[in-house]
Design a protein around this ligand. Structure first.
Ligand SMILES: *[C@@H]1O[C@H](CO)[C@@H](O)[C@H](O)[C@H]1NC(C)=O
Ligand SMILES: *[C@@H]1O[C@H](CO)[C@@H](O)[C@H](O)[C@H]1NC(C)=O
Ligand SMILES: *[C@@H]1O[C@H](CO)[C@@H](O)[C@H](O)[C@H]1NC(C)=O
Ligand SMILES: *[C@@H]1O[C@H](CO)[C@@H](O)[C@H](O)[C@H]1NC(C)=O
Ligand SMILES: [Zn+2]
Length: 967
């Protein structure tokens, strides 16, 4: 799935209410874990019926009957399906929408069996002579009669018992007819709604991954059960039907007295059920004629959006990115067309359905007049991620969900290569460090992290599969594959991919198949490695966490140790590798050439790393390796001196790394917290984005912990001192804020400059932002605020203003036709300082007429980021828990994040007790939030300890720095 669990980072870091640098989604401290890991927790009720839980126990002893297993037996294999579906876009009763359909699946019997198990969930199956299906023999085979059929709710099967066996080698076809609800639950075949010219429009669309194809029609719903699909969709005149393959031959038909269109689709390639998609809508598209190459590319969206040109950027970039991947994989695009469609209600970021990729509107549509460069980057990276899957994931598919990390980690890594090709001036290959790697290090440094690779037998139930869609899977997966690609070279990496895709196309694999092909490529290229690819990589994927490498530049001694953010935490999962890694240590000395050293033991000595009386040493160049670095204090001092005075000798990624490593090492009590704070001193001379952003992410935690204490004043004074030169720099290069900086990363850093400056009270900042907003209020049809700064400006103006500003922003939010614009306003509305407005906004968040269900938990979380909103949001969540739990639990992907969001400032005994009370009061209705709650308890305790230990030295340091002259 495309980045389902991400929150847009740009929005998350632009709030400045009451001087809080809002929520840097990923901060390098353990509280983040509560948000990160739980982003994907979704309650997947096995059925809507009341008997769902009575027959299902979450930890069954080995079940006796085959239908009590969550995995299909290997006796039958689907060959092809013929599926006809008719979604009704008009309700048949009050808010009840349905679809009906029938399906014939051709089955090959692999092993003799008198039982058919086929997935079916929440479907009403028609019965024929008392049975839920009809069975025929093919090619002269005779079908046994059905003795008993029933729906096994807990495991989501249609169970068919037969009077005599199906014989190996024979073919059969199974017919089912069914109806289902086209509900708004964002899973399976579902409906999405939007307003156009005051008219409510309904579309039918799908989200199958991981286990919801079975909600659309009975099917063998496992990724290795690949088959060919012949789809037919019945729909109303004035609408269009889309699916994975090209539509053809629409004919007029009459059904139940209605004149309708029946659209057929060409047979698909051999593919997995989770990659199916079908949409009925009245959207329009822009497309290319197959000029560049023989693939037709179309971008579909709401008519207004296409007319306004919002699909143009996606269209412009899709062709080149497809071309890039054809080159990179050395393998042509497997399909004839590539449809990409923006869906108004969508739970993930995007979904790589083969040939019909579905997106959230913000991930596909871009409006140059309205959207920021961050919006644009989001579009190009998500498109790139999804297109990468067309080969890796779709053409060659993992055998089971336990290898999801390879699928998603890979797509995440190469999405930056594709985006870099599409936007060569953006430094996308560097931004992966900030967007993926640094953030996930904070998660993976906890004792409760988990290895990338899971055992197949541990990932059986749908809810456990869903849980795998986390940041470890996506971002750590990307980080270790990037590291591998760097040490075997990108060329070798891609030539291994090529032979892998060739061998396994239209088939399924396990991750060791990839290692085998990369090893072949390594051997062929003659790349020297100290161990085989598989042996090196096993250390990174089979055990959780990563090392901190400590280099002593006095003795040349180099050691590694499992890095844990909380030094008191206990790792209770043993690792067969004793938490040791094979570490590719890249390093430079005094700005010389880059060298590489393989650390293969717990401890080694490399005399080349010894420094004489002058000079410095820097390791993990460009953060190519997934590890942190510590040094002897002498080298730290030399690095800091260098950073402060001649820091251009240190690559920009490493200037960010020095900040991030020291803050994390301080948290782990491996260096003094003042060392970490001192790394931010060079920022007064820094204008590059990455060091600033990393510093901001790290200081975010200090604000969360201290923004209600006496540390706040000196901390603000120090921030003001550091950011003033940056603010002036941008004022100058934008000619008094009249033009955009040219460089992509400068555009980002301009946001940091304005946002931090306004919150720290830098002269001229507040006036700047409130005036811009006032001008817009005077003339709503004419918004001249530069799109990159919109979030910051809206937020600041609403924070400084009252009900007038709020109501204006609300009406603009309701009127917005560009999704990214609506998203910025939705966020900015949470910035007000007036409690009654915040309370009203909280109430709106649970009213689907006002805030889309997909956005409810984000809205509450945004409000909780505001120090004034935080206690209100906590009260609100407690008071409305039952309602939230029952109406927003499933499909929304962000349930656990809500708990993390509203509790992340918690740092007192009193708050800890409140959490315990909440847990007690709601026992039995916490579902998957219970894990998030456990983590919130753990984080709160960690915060209490951290504040106790660090408040005094931090206060002292900020106080003395704030009053000392600028260095
Ligand atoms: C199908 O019906 C539509 C609307 O009634 C009509 O415009 C169209 O010409 C018909 N097409 C055919 C092939 O009969
Ligand atoms: C940290 O450094 C400060 C200032 O250099 C010093 O006063 C303090 O004692 C150090 N703390 C520890 C735990 O070493
Ligand atoms: C920016 O504004 C200041 C004061 O208003 C003025 O002195 C300066 O010349 C302006 N700079 C540019 C590039 O317009
Ligand atoms: C909102 O949109 C409607 C219809 O497009 C328009 O009549 C109205 O003036 C707009 N409101 C604002 C505040 O722009
Ligand atoms: Zn993906």
């Amino acid at each position: 799935m495309g980045k389902g669990f991400y929150i847009r980072k740009e929005l998350a870091v632009t709030c400045v209410v009451a001087a809080v640098a809002a929520v840097a989604v990923i901060i390098a401290l353990s509280v983040v874990y509560a948000q990160e890991k739980s982003k994907n927790e979704v309650t997947l009720p096995f059925t809507a019926g009341p008997d769902a839980t009575s027959t299902f126990s979450p930890t069954p002893s080995t079940p006796k009957e085959p239908w009590m297993h969550f995995r299909l037996p290997d006796s039958l294999a689907p060959v092809s399906y013929n599926v006809t579906l008719w979604p009704r876009l008009e309700p048949i009763a009050d808010n009840l929408y349905v679809f009906s359909g029938h399906s014939t699946v051709v089955i090959r019997c692999v092993r003799e069996t008198d039982l058919i198990l086929i997935h079916s969930n929440k479907l009403n199956l028609t019965t024929f002579e008392g049975h839920h299906a009809k069975l025929n023999g093919l090619n002269g085979a005779t079908a046994p009669t059905l003795t008993k059929t029933w729906l096994e709710i807990p495991t989501q099967y249609l169970v068919i018992q037969l009077s005599s066996p199906l014989w190996a080698g024979n073919m059969y076809e199974l017919f089912t007819q069914f109806t289902g609800e086209l509900s708004d639950d964002l899973g399976g075949f579902y409906r999405s709604e939007y307003m156009e010219d005051g008219v409510k429009k309904v579309i039918a669309t799908t989200q199958m991954q991981p286990t919801d194809a079975r909600k659309a029609f009975p099917c063998f719903d496992e990724p290795a059960m690949k088959a060919v699909f012949h789809m037919t969709i019945i729909h109303a005149h004035g609408t269009v039907a889309l699916s994975n393959a090209m539509n053809y031959n629409p004919v007029n038909i009459t059904m139940a007295g209605q004149d309708l269109i029946q659209t057929s689709f060409q047979p698909t390639k051999i593919m997995s059920t989770y990659l199916l998609a079908f949409v009925v809508c009245d959207f329009t598209y822009i497309g290319t004629q197959p000029v560049l190459f023989s693939v037709q590319v179309r971008i579909w969206a709401r008519r207004k959006a296409i007319e306004e040109g919002q699909g143009n950027y996606a269209l412009e970039k899709t062709g080149p990115i497809l071309k890039f991947f054809e080159n990179y994989y050395n393998s042509s695009y497997p399909l004839k067309k590539s449809d990409q469609i923006a869906i108004p209600d969508f739970s993930a970021g995007a979904m790589e359905n083969w040939g019909l990729i579905t997106y959230r509107e913000t991930a596909l549509l871009y409006n140059p007049a309205m959207s920021s460069n961050g919006d644009k980057e989001w579009v190009v990276t998500v498109i790139s991620h999804e297109l990468a899957h067309m080969w890796f994931g779709n053409l060659v598919t993992m055998k089971w969900w336990n290898d999801l990390w390879l699928n998603e980690g890979f797509a995440t890594y190469v999405s930056y290569l594709g985006a870099n090709f599409a936007e060569p001036t953006w430094n996308m290959k560097e931004l992966i460090v900030l967007n993926e790697i640094i953030g996930v290090m904070a998660v993976d440094a906890l004792a409760s992290s988990h290895p990338l690779s899971s055992n197949e037998k541990d990932i059986m139930r749908p809810d456990l599969i869903t849980e795998l869609f986390d940041s470890i899977t996506y971002s750590k997966g990307a980080a270790v594959l990037r590291m591998l690609s760097e040490f075997i070279t990108e060329t070798t990496f891609s030539s291994g991919l090529h032979t892998y895709l060739e061998e396994f196309k239209y088939k399924n694999t396990v991750y060791t198949d990839l290692w085998k092909h990369l090893q072949m490529a390594v051997d062929k290229a003659g790349i020297p490695l100290p161990r085989p690819v598989e042996v090196i990589m096993n250390r990174w994927i089979l055990q959780m966490g990563f090392p901190v490498v400590t280099i002593n530049t006095q003795t040349g001694k180099i050691t590694q140790k499992h890095f844990l953010l909380d030094p008191d935490s206990v790792v209770d999962t043993p690792s067969e590798f004793n938490y040791e890694w094979f570490v590719p240590v890249t390093w430079i000395k005094n700005g010389g050439a880059e060298q590489q050293y393989w650390l293969l033991e717990k401890e080694a000595t490399n005399e080349d790393m010894i420094l004489n009386t002058t000079g410095w040493l820097l390791a993990n160049i460009d953060m190519k390796g997934f590890y942190r670095v510590n040094y002897d204090s002498e080298n730290w001092e030399r690095l800091l001196a260098n950073s402060l005075f001649t820091f251009q000798a240190i690559p920009v990624i490493n200037r960010a790394q020095i900040i991030d490593d020291t803050f994390n090492l301080a948290k782990a009590k491996m260096v003094n917290i003042t060392l970490a704070l001192r790394t931010t001193k060079f920022l007064s001379k820094e204008v590059e984005y990455m060091p600033w952003q990393i510093a901001r992410n790290n200081l975010e935690y200090f604000f969360l912990m201290f923004d209600r204490s006496e540390v706040y004043g000196p901390m603000q004074a120090y921030t003001k001192k550091q950011v003033t030169p940056l603010f002036n720099h941008f004022k100058e290069i934008t000619l008094n804020w009249t033009k955009n900086p040219e460089k992509h990363t400068d555009q980002y850093n301009q946001v940091n400059a304005v946002s931090l400056a306004c919150s720290a009270g830098v002269e001229g900042c507040k006036e700047l932002t409130t005036n811009w907003f006032k001008e817009w209020m005077k003339n709503p049809a004419n918004n001249n605020i530069t799109p990159n700064l919109k979030s910051t400006v809206y937020c600041n103006a609403i924070a400084a203003g009252g009900v007038q500003e709020w109501d204006f922003a609300w009406s603009m939010f309701k009127n917005a036709t560009v999704a990214s614009e609506a998203e910025k306003l939705m966020f900015a509305l949470s910035c007000t300082k007036q409690p009654w407005l915040l309370n009203r906004y909280l109430r709106y968040s649970l009213d689907p007429e006002k805030i889309r269900k997909q956005d409810a938990t984000s809205t509450i979380t945004y409000i909780a980021n505001n120090p004034i909103g935080q206690p209100l949001a906590w009260d609100f969540v407690r008071a409305n828990w039952a309602h939230i739990f029952n109406n927003y639990g499933g499909g929304s992907f962000s349930f656990g994040r809500l708990i993390g969001g509203v509790t992340k400032r918690f740092s007192t005994e009193f708050e800890y007790k409140q959490l315990l009370q909440f847990k007690e009061d709601n026992a039995g209705q916490l579902g998957s939030a219970s894990m998030a709650l456990e983590r919130a308890l753990e984080s709160t305790m960690a915060n209490i300890n951290w504040v106790a230990m660090n408040k005094e030295p931090v206060l002292e340091w900020f106080t003395s720095e704030a009053s000392s002259p600028v260095s």
